[in-house]
Design a protein around this ligand. Structure first.
Ligand SMILES: [Zn+2]
Length: 323
């Protein structure tokens, strides 16, 4: 039987083998990062000039700014990016980024440690730096949005005295995460909050949602009496009339994926770092994302940029290199 031509999604994906062919060594990967970051030629990350000496002999800082009077800094493509100060090679950065951006349930530092042949400590720092890529988007949501809260972490009574949080008693020592999802774009913003007292959810909503929007929430009483919004609470009681637009199914499925990963991948997310994991999952929630759907090949970008709901690897690397 004749094999069908690969579908659109198949063509958009890239295999692990192709990744290693793309980045066979550090020099290739470095060139790739340089091309992505400075498609119009190398610019000084400090002062912005394109008057650059490119053949500097320095082992790790191959460029030097020629704006000697005001700047004159030596730099590399790692400078002023999340790679700054890292001794890891470009090949590892490229491949780790691929692994982290194409795994639906994310990747644990243990797996990175085994797959990349770096120490677990290094892998842990690498993963945390990469997660910073996803921490940028400051945006507000409008239209119909879903707001919900969820609880993560162990029970307070099982913890050692030093580890107890003395947080909101209702949360039983678990971390409380508040989340908001835009119905149209499927985008989610979520963050750890101190408690579920009235002011906290209201502040979370006014920080993230434009006034005049329809806000669907669960039936937690703290959401009541919101000013400036069309608030619709979803009553979970049996027999309640359900308007098909008034639900928080999107947020609930976001929590489910995050909880599965929490259990299956990270095992234990410390309170200190939970915000980063949450941020990474905001990205994963974008509906069309699944393993292998994110093209990494540069020549796929045009195609990719036309796909609205997909996280573009160009954005990912753009953010990687921005900060
Ligand atoms: Zn400069």
């Amino acid at each position: 039987m004749a094999r069908k031509a690969p579908g659109k999604q198949y063509r958009k994906g890239i295999t692990l083998i192709q990744i290693f062919e793309m980045f066979p060594d550090d020099a290739t990967a470095e060139k790739w990062f340089v091309d992505v970051r400075w498609s119009n030629g190398v610019h000084c990350p400090e002062c912005g000039t394109d008057n650059i000496q490119t053949n500097a002999k320095h082992k790790t800082m191959p460029y030097r700014c020629r704006n000697y009077k005001e700047c004159g800094k030596k730099f590399s493509v790692k400078t002023k990016s999340v790679m700054e100060g890292s001794k890891l090679g470009y090949q590892i950065w490229a491949i780790a980024t691929y692994l982290l951006t194409t795994s639906l349930k994310s990747v644990s530092s243990m797996k990175l440690h085994r797959d990349l042949g770096v120490t677990q400590k290094t892998a842990w720092h690498l993963a945390h730096r990469l997660r910073r890529i996803f921490e940028n988007e400051d945006q507000t949501y409008s239209g119909i949005v879903e707001v919900d809260e969820s609880y993560f972490g162990g029970l307070e009574k099982n913890k050692h005295k030093d580890k107890k949080l003395h947080a909101d008693r209702g949360a039983g020592g678990k971390a409380i995460v508040a989340g908001v999802k835009n119905r149209d774009s499927n985008k989610v913003a979520a963050k750890v909050v101190e408690n579920t007292k009235r002011k906290t959810p209201h502040d979370f909503i006014s920080d993230n949602v434009e006034e005049g929007s329809v806000v669907c929430t669960g039936d937690l009483s703290s959401y009541e009496n919101m000013k400036g919004y069309d608030h619709q609470s979803v009553k979970h009681r049996v027999g309640e009339y359900v308007d098909e637009n008034i639900h928080i199914n999107g947020m609930e499925s976001f929590w489910r994926v995050l909880k599965r990963a929490h259990k299956g991948v990270f095992h234990k997310i410390s309170h200190k770092h939970i915000n980063r994991y949450v941020t990474e999952f905001e990205r994963i929630n974008l509906k069309s994302i699944s393993a292998n759907k994110i093209p990494l090949a540069k020549n796929n970008w045009d195609l990719l940029l036309n796909c609205k709901n997909e996280v573009s690897i160009l954005n990912v690397f753009g953010n990687l290199l921005r900060n």
